[in-house]
Design a protein around this ligand. Structure first.
Ligand code: GDP
Ligand code: MG
Length: 442
């Protein structure tokens, strides 16, 4: 992968060794090769290495205490710059409903992204509606409807009595906007049809939709795994539509990352979102610095922390702390916390974000349903039992086990774990209550 290759390239200069003309030249060659292998556009790669070289041959860098680190920093800075420097948000809507038009090739992940974006916007307090303007395949409308019901947002489509969609994408989009306005939805996301390759009829249709609904935001969706093609496609769509932003999908796969690096500089449009899986929560705002960290194998620590913050707000953390101290923490609280961890995304994704560990662990099979058994057991308990784990006697244990399709010893195991956790929490909250110094010295 690009990370591994850059890593190898930087090995020359990393350690304590000094930078000299020889290893600079060699490192530059390797970096350029790594970028080209990752499908980075040739001109982009050349400019990249020239700039890095300029920075590292600077007098101050050569005399620096740790020239290797400076070299890594120069590469990092250049990556961030290439990826767009700063995160760019969605446009601010002129007046409601905000219209977001989704365009891209077939299979790029438009419909999936439409669902994800709806979920994302809903979590930000907006009330999106979806429009099914991919009218040629009934299955496409079904797919969007399924996603919409998972997110809990309405979807606008026009079907005949036989259930077949009306084959007029422009009309669907226009009426969807009226419907959104009429029903007080503040955002309309229009999913459109794509072809396997850029073709005129498809372009004509999205351009007409654009004219009919005057979107506040046009997002071009592109599969990051398609390499150089991604850049060409992006150019074609941007020439016709003058898009506002790019969405990179399938960044979870074994992508070479080159698309991300080239698109921004070739098309001159910001990458706004990155899609990293098939599930609805596998969407992140695109931050150039984090992507650069990821490419350099530093791990996406920041977005991990942010995801955690989203799930655990401060007020709630305080409430929990209090519960730990007073030993009021019960199985229901425990269960709620588990749900939050799950909401942070798949366990595999989370592990991938841990610097250092992620790389080593990525091939190890981690069950996404690691909590399934615990969940089933707690679900099988009554509210009284969840609040009073100490009152769960033999007959209750048998009932809970049967309800969860497990054995009594599984219930015993869970209760034992829970008791030990509570004990630990009590100790921890006592220590933090007295202040850190005390705990460090004993
Ligand atoms: P569309 O034709 O552009 O609407 O593409 P779809 O949204 O139907 O997606 C095509 C396929 O790619 C589906 O199987 C999706 O589940 C899958 N897909 C979409 N986004 C991602 C992603 O970020 N990662 C992965 N691994 N698969 C994705
Ligand atoms: Mg689709």
């Amino acid at each position: 992968s690009l990370s591994d290759k850059l890593d190898a390239a930087l090995k020359n200069v990393k350690g304590e060794g000094r930078i000299n003309d020889l290893n600079i030249a060699e490192t530059m060659r390797e970096i350029r090769r790594a970028l080209l292998d990752a499908d980075v556009n040739y001109d982009v790669a050349r400019e990249f290495t020239n700039k890095v070289k300029e920075k590292v041959t600077d007098e101050s860098v050569l005399n620096a205490v740790s020239p290797g680190q400076q070299f890594v920093k120069a590469v990092y800075d250049e990556l961030v710059f290439l990826l767009g420097d700063v995160h760019i948000d969605l446009n601010t809507p002129k007046k409601p409903p905000m219209v977001i038009l989704i365009a891209g090739l077939q299979g790029s992940g438009k419909t999936t992204f439409t669902g994800k974006l709806a979920k994302y916007l809903k979590s930000k307090g907006r009330s999106p509606m979806l429009a099914a303007a991919d009218v040629y395949r009934p299955a496409a409308v079904d797919q969007l409807e399924t996603l919409a019901s998972q997110v809990g947002v309405p979807v606008f489509s026009i079907r005949g009595e036989d259930g077949v969609p009306l084959k007029d994408a422009v009309e669907v989009a226009r009426r969807a906007k009226d419907e959104a306005r009429r029903t007080g939805r503040d955002t309309l996301i229009i999913d459109t049809a794509g072809r396997l390759h850029v073709d005129e009829a498809m372009m004509k249709e999205v351009v007409e939709i654009k004219g009919a609904v005057e979107p506040d935001e046009i997002l071009f969706v592109v599969d990051a795994m398609t390499g150089q093609d991604a850049v060409n496609t992006a150019k074609a769509f941007n020439d016709q539509l003058n898009v506002d932003g790019v969405v990179l999908t399938k960044l979870d796969g074994d992508t070479r990352g080159g698309a991300a690096l080239s698109i921004r500089s070739v098309v001159q449009k910001p990458i706004k979102f990155a899609s990293t899986g098939e599930k609805l929560d596998a969407l992140t705002e695109f931050y150039p610095d984090r992507m650069a960290q990821r490419i350099l194998g530093m791990g996406d620590v920041v977005s991990f922390v942010e995801k955690a913050q989203e799930q655990f707000d401060e007020e709630e953390a305080e409430k929990l702390q209090r519960k730990f101290r007073t030993q009021d923490f019960d199985l229901q609280d425990f269960y709620d916390q588990l749900q939050k961890i799950k909401n942070m995304g798949s366990i595999k994704d989370l592990i991938g974000m841990i610097p250092g560990v992620g790389k080593v662990m990525k091939d190890i099979d981690v069950e996404d349903d690691a909590f399934k058994h615990i969940e089933a057991l707690v679900q099988s308990m009554t509210p009284y039992e969840r609040a009073n784990p100490d009152q769960i006697n033999g007959s209750r244990r048998r009932r809970i086990a049967a309800g969860a399709g497990m054995e009594v010893q599984d219930v015993n195991g869970l209760l034992k774990q829970f008791r030990e956790m509570k004990k630990m929490m009590k100790t921890m909250s006592r220590l933090s209550g007295k202040g850190r110094q005390a705990s460090l010295s004993d």
